[in-house]
Design a protein around this ligand. Structure first.
Ligand SMILES: [Zn+2]
Ligand SMILES: [Zn+2]
Length: 82
């Protein structure tokens, strides 16, 4: 199951599970769209993989399989990527 993280690793902005501004890599590193565009050019700074828009989990499924509440914040990695 995809881990839906609650924030952008670059700027710590909140990314609720229904957000359309969340992007994710194959290892579930999660960023906001603004960081992905401006700082990362849609390449994950942790693994080098591509960042794509995170699919939204339907609300009834979200009740059963809730989003992660564990915040991951690594601003250093994002600086190096630029
Ligand atoms: Zn961000
Ligand atoms: Zn990654």
């Amino acid at each position: 199951m995809l881990q839906l993280r609650p924030n952008s690793e670059c700027c710590d902005r909140d990314l609720p599970p229904q957000s359309e501004d969340a992007v994710i890599c194959t290892y579930e590193c999660t960023f906001c769209l603004a960081c992905a565009e401006s700082k990362l050019r849609f390449k994950c700074p942790n693994c080098g993989g591509e960042l794509v828009r995170r699919p939204r989990r339907p609300a009834e499924k979200l009740a059963k399989h809730p989003a992660s509440t564990e915040r991951v914040f690594k601003p250093q990695g994002c600086k190096n990527a630029a």
